[in-house]
Write a protein that binds this ligand. Structure first.
Ligand SMILES: Cc1cc2nc3c(=O)[nH]c(=O)nc-3n(C[C@@H](O)[C@@H](O)[C@H](O)COP(=O)(O)OP(=O)(O)OC[C@H]3O[C@@H](n4cnc5c(N)ncnc54)[C@H](O)[C@@H]3O)c2cc1C
Length: 290
């Protein structure tokens, strides 16, 4: 296996496209090297993009939203003050990934690019309307993250291509988000099920669902919901969870996974709605520290 550390995006893409079936991008290596050790991948060439100077910065904030570059780590995402204020559900998810050591290496974009339906940051990102930009020798294209996932380990990013940025629009005043996850052991296990909920300024809810289908799924948007009404809340949960197709596996049986997803969904919806109230009254949304 060869290792290449390009300095420009163009060089990275040329290297990837020269061996499209066997070259692999590497950032933190927390998925790739584990897969290599388990004989699930056997790359001929590792293209390390951490020193590519013309890729977007890890986190760039403007009036319209936040752009994440390929070197943004989970630690950067979880601790960035603007991410915590604007996108508390994403900061919560990033803070739950693995352990401190994993979060210092694991990159946000690769968490989605790896194509795992259990990736923790994908559910809040799809709920928040994130999009990705993909570069190849043919040029660049942008896609909604909800359309990026094609199946387990399969995404719109084809061999020879590179995801160069991930963009999340700035939530309007009065909008917010929250993330909930169930896992067997913190730090070393993937989600049994997870949900990221975004609530817009009118009270409409959208959910990203993790580990309850072959890809990260999207539920909603609902009509505006008064979460203090038990009937409205139950109806909203039905709509948000409708796409989920949980199965039984080593982490949980099917009935347990389905039941826990509903519990997590209720918690996330209520917390996102409470944060929305705080934002309406001019107070800063706070994420929970683990
Ligand atoms: C002990 C442990 C615990 C973990 N716990 C969790 C957890 O709780 N929750 C969770 O969600 N995940 C967890 N993970 C997985 C998580 O660390 C990864 O999904 C991580 O976010 C991937 O980032 P990376 O930079 O390490 O990716 P890498 O391993 O470098 O790359 C992963 C894949 O994405 C591709 N790739 C990377 N960047 C790009 C790009 N810009 N464009 C195109 N393709 C790209 C690579 O070629 C590779 O196929 C855990 C991993 C370990 C080892």
């Amino acid at each position: 296996m060869r290792y290449y550390r390009p300095e420009t995006t163009a060089d990275a893409i040329i290297a990837l496209s020269s061996e499209p079936d066997t070259a692999r991008v590497i950032v933190g290596g927390t998925d790739l090297l584990v897969a290599y050790r388990h004989d699930k991948v056997d790359p001929s060439l590792l293209v390390d993009i951490k020193r590519v100077a013309d890729l977007p910065a890890p986190i760039a904030v403007d009036d319209e939203g936040i752009t994440f570059g390929p070197t943004a780590t989970m630690t950067m995402v979880a601790t960035d003050p603007t991410v915590r204020k604007w996108l508390p559900g994403l900061a919560e998810a990033a803070l739950l990934v693995g352990s401190v050591a994993i979060r210092n290496r694991a990159s946000l974009i690769a968490n989605s690019a790896n194509g795992s339906p259990a990736a923790d940051t994908s559910p809040p990102l799809v709920a928040m309307g994130a999009s990705v930009t993909i570069a190849s020798t043919e040029g660049e294209r942008t896609a909604d993250l909800k359309d990026f996932f094609l199946g387990p380990r399969r995404t719109l990013c084809q061999p020879g291509e590179l995801v160069t940025s991930l963009r999340v629009p700035r939530p309007p005043h009065g909008a917010s988000s929250a993330f909930e996850r169930m896992t067997r052991r913190r730090g070393v296990d993937l989600a049994t099920c997870s949900i990221g909920v975004a609530v817009d300024a009118d009270g409409r809810l959208t959910a990203g669902l993790g580990a309850v289908g072959p890809i990260t799924l999207v539920g909603g948007p609902t009509d505006p919901v008064d979460v203090s009404s038990p009937d409205e809340l139950q109806n909203a949960l039905d709509l948000l969870l409708a796409p989920a197709t949980p199965i039984g596996d080593v982490r949980a049986g099917q009935p347990y996974r389905a039941a826990m997803l509903r519990v997590l969904a209720k918690r996330a919806v209520i917390r996102a709605a409470q944060r929305r109230g705080l934002a309406e009254h001019g107070r800063v949304s706070e994420t929970r520290d683990s």
